[in-house]
Design a protein around this ligand. Structure first.
Ligand SMILES: Nc1nc2c(c(=O)[nH]1)N[C@H]1C(S)=C(S)[C@@H](COP(=O)(O)OP(=O)(O)OC[C@H]3O[C@@H](n4cnc5c(=O)[nH]c(N)nc54)[C@H](O)[C@@H]3O)O[C@H]1N2
Ligand SMILES: Nc1nc2c(c(=O)[nH]1)N[C@H]1C(S)=C(S)[C@@H](COP(=O)(O)OP(=O)(O)OC[C@H]3O[C@@H](n4cnc5c(=O)[nH]c(N)nc54)[C@H](O)[C@@H]3O)O[C@H]1N2
Ligand code: SF4
Ligand SMILES: [Mo]
Length: 701
């Protein structure tokens, strides 16, 4: 027996970047606790971190490549697997053209430094423009707004939560999700601290969420109506002369255009559609604009709706016209040690929109990718550039993208599919070859992305805790091996060397950092709170913020048409609006194989308001059928007052009943998939992002 050791690392499961203190002996974990000395998280963790050990010990996890044959899955050596995959990519491209290879990269990609650094060259070596990621079922509207307003798709304004006096949270539930596009571990206590220093927290959400419970005030809102509310809030700010330009006054384009545009949206006009009284909307705007500092934070529920692009634009506009953009206590831009945004000054990669359109549904490209809404049809529709082979990397789109059943059908029709993943699950079971990777405790970590979205500038490198076995491969090793075979050139650098290169290349920290230096600081390095950086940081040509890009102005026509349509509409065949929800012990679709996390009360339930339940004669715990235009599921009901009447909620990421997977615990706790009800053709036409907030459904006992 070895002695008991302590290891410090960052949790890779969500965006909060919590520091962990792990005690272990040999290959057994004794405890996983929050690292009190961590530069950012100061000891906070959630139950998922403890389950990192389950992931490490999970018997269902794949460790070596498997290949599908007529007699089922068989083992295959790494070298044979790499050769076979590369040969298929080449032969399919020879037969059908470069674009016949489609790819989908999922959420854990951004939590995995190996996938981040070796993914781009791999994609380049394939050279197909049929690229898809989870971005278009998530934060695409944020990128869109940043590109149009600040000239860079990654320039996200981050709420200065620790110094603000007023926080308006729309479409986010950070008390459960632990925050997103805002790395702020221990969100709940940071919100409580706002109240303790005399400030205010207001939540706008169709559900009275866990975050709402902490807030001073919660407003129910009808799903999809946020753009109207934001326009009305900005209307009041202008109408009552509460605008503030501050240090940005010479750097704002289209101020008068915004002022004119919002005249059309007084609170009394939108109140009914939004579901919030005129007086309440006006009061909210007045409180926001007159607070010493304030910040509006709009997250997933605002992005994944019909007007996601407009919403994220208007959130930025509200912050800007009240003097809270690039200002302490408002929303600030970051400058991390590896500054991907800053590096674009040299690489020129600032994002792109509409450089080409997708083949089947004519949807716009964004920064090299197409909306995943169209993926299934790009596989199923014949013609030039039809996808014949798919590569999925760290993604489970069968459960995580709208109309999953349609995608299942598409994946089955492929000539060939490869999955780089840790499980044989709902998506990877369609592959011909699965290339399994190390994960969690077996991998090193430097959060390239989440340092860029964090409320403080910090830097931290986590070393491997448990060395992988000789037969395992890291994600980056797999990508590198395939890239070499495709390009004919071997990249001489390994992961650590590549990271070192980036630390040297990045411009911010003096003296320059290195991996060796970071290793000396296992709790991370703190470079302090965010600071004002505008106008210097802007990537727009004229170094000004574009407050009213023509694309947004044009999209208001679509919003206005919606206004007139809702006025007339009475959709009786599908009377309920379906929204999603997250749970502290889930992580999208893939942590349900941990007994520790799934045990206890069933969580894949339909939440429904008691008045609605009564009207339909439905009792707590009863099974109901939920039907949308694309599918049907059956699940138990939870009756509550904590959701807006007319709105129902099902968590996403479940539906593990599908046959042919190897995730036994998840299968025993299968639930149903929300995305068997959502419609892939329901999207934000402006950005191409999926719209699954407010899917129309009917409910039967
Ligand atoms: N209706 C509805 N749909 C949603 C959402 C919603 O709120 N409602 N949320 C959306 C959001 S925000 C997101 S981000 C997407 C997520 O969409 P996806 O990324 O497609 O789905 P995940 O469930 O995160 O699947 C992650 C996959 O990566 C694998 N994996 C885990 N760790 C590693 C690793 O280290 N290496 C490799 N190679 N593989 C790994 C897992 O086994 C799993 O197959 O879902 C979206 N879908
Ligand atoms: N425990 C846990 N943590 C996670 C994840 C997880 O699966 N589990 N996933 C991670 C990922 S990938 C992401 S992107 C983040 C997401 O983090 P958040 O953005 O906090 O996402 P959600 O918790 O889904 O919160 C979205 C909220 O929007 C509300 N909503 C739905 N429709 C509307 C609408 O039309 N208007 C308004 N105003 N609100 C609406 C929902 O009721 C919900 O409360 O969480 C991350 N953290
Ligand atoms: S909040 Fe996120 S980063 Fe922190 S321990 Fe939980 S899953 Fe890990
Ligand atoms: Mo996400």
């Amino acid at each position: 027996m070895e002695a008991i050791n302590t290891h410090y690392r960052t949790c890779n499961l969500c965006e909060a970047m919590c520091g962990l203190e792990i005690t272990y002996q040999d290959k057994s974990i004794i405890s996983i606790k929050g690292d009190k000395k961590d530069a950012l998280s100061k000891g906070h963790i959630c139950p998922k971190a403890v389950a990192l050990q389950d992931l490490y010990h999970d018997k269902d996890r794949l460790k070596t490549p498997i290949k599908r044959t007529e007699n089922g899955w068989v083992d295959i050596s790494w070298e044979d697997a790499f050769d076979e995959v590369a040969a298929h990519i080449k032969s399919i491209q020879k037969k059908y053209g470069k674009n016949a290879i489609g790819s989908y990269r999922g959420n854990p990609t951004v939590h995995n430094v190996g996938l981040m650094l070796f993914g781009a060259p791999f994609m380049q070596s394939i050279g197909s423009n049929q690229k898809y990621t989870a971005t278009s079922v998530d934060q695409l509207p944020h990128h869109f707004a940043s590109l149009m307003m600040f000239g860079h798709y990654l320039m996200f304004p981050i709420p200065d939560i620790d110094r603000t006096d007023f926080m308006l949270i729309m479409g986010g539930n950070p008390a459960v999700s632990n925050g997103s596009i805002m790395t702020a571990p221990d969100f709940a206590n940071r919100l409580k601290a706002i109240k303790q220093r005399g400030g205010k927290v207001v939540v706008v959400d169709p559900r009275f969420t866990e975050t709402s419970k902490i807030a001073n005030k919660h407003h129910f809102i009808k799903p999809g109506a946020d753009a109207f509310l934001l326009l009305a809030l900005i209307h009041v700010v202008f109408d009552k002369d509460l605008t503030k330009q501050g240090h940005l006054q010479d750097h704002l384009n289209s101020w008068n255009t915004i002022k004119e545009l919002v005249k059309d949206y007084p609170p009394e006009k939108v109140a009914k559609i939004v579901g919030i009284d005129t007086e309440e909307i006006t009061a909210l705007a007045l409180q926001f604009a007159s607070a010493k500092t304030a910040v509006c934070y709009g997250r997933l529920g605002l992005s994944t709706q019909e007007f996601g692009g407009l919403c994220q634009w208007l959130v930025n506009v509200l912050n800007c016209v009240t003097g809270n953009l690039d200002a302490e206590g408002g929303a600030l831009f970051t400058k991390p040690a590896i500054d991907i945004v800053g590096m674009s000054k040299m690489t020129g990669k600032t994002g792109s929109f509409n450089k080409r359109r997708s083949r089947v549904h004519n949807l716009p490209e964004f920064t090299g990718e197409f909306p995943v809404a169209t993926l299934a049809d790009e596989i199923l529709t014949s013609g030039e550039d039809q996808i014949k082979m798919m590569i999925t990397i760290a993604g489970n789109p069968v459960l995580s993208t709208p109309n999953g059943k349609h995608l299942e059908e598409a994946l089955e029709s492929l000539e060939y599919m490869v999955a780089i993943d840790i499980y044989l699950n709902e998506t990877t079971k369609h592959a011909n070859i699965i290339l399994p990777t190390t994960t969690g405790l077996e991998t090193p970590l430097y959060d390239l992305v989440f340092h860029q979205f964090a409320i403080r500038n910090t830097a931290k490198y986590s070393e491997v805790l448990f060395k992988k076995t000789d037969e395992q491969r890291h994600d980056w090793e797999i990508l590198k091996a395939l890239t070499t075979r495709l390009s004919g050139q071997e990249n001489p650098l390994n992961l650590e060397q590549t990271l070192d290169y980036m630390l040297q290349f990045s411009t911010c920290q003096e003296p320059k950092l290195s991996v060796a230096e970071l290793k000396k600081h296992p709790h991370g390095l703190d470079y302090g709170a965010l600071k004002s950086q505008l106008p210097e940081r802007l990537f727009t040509e004229d170094k000004k913020i574009e407050l009213a890009h023509p694309l947004f102005i044009k999209d208001l026509e679509r919003l206005n048409a919606k206004f007139n349509q809702i006025e007339k509409e009475s959709n009786t065949s599908y009377p309920f609006a379906l929204i999603g929800r997250r749970h502290l012990r889930s992580n999208n679709s893939w942590m349900h194989n941990s007994e520790r996390l799934v045990k206890g009360k069933e969580r894949c339930t339909l939440i429904m308001h008691s008045n609605d339940a009564k009207a339909l004669n439905i009792n707590e715990g009863e099974n109901v059928t939920v039907t949308s235009t694309v599918g049907q599921v059956k699940l138990p009901v939870e009756v509550t007052e904590n959701i807006m009447p007319g709105v129902v909620s099902i968590p996403h990421g479940w539906g593990h009943h599908r046959k042919g997977t190897k995730i036994a615990v998840a299968q025993d706790n299968a639930g149903v998939s929300l995305n068997d009800l959502t419609n892939n053709m329901q999207l934000d036409v402006l950005t191409g992002n999926a719209d699954f907030s407010g899917t129309k459904v009917k409910i039967e006992a």
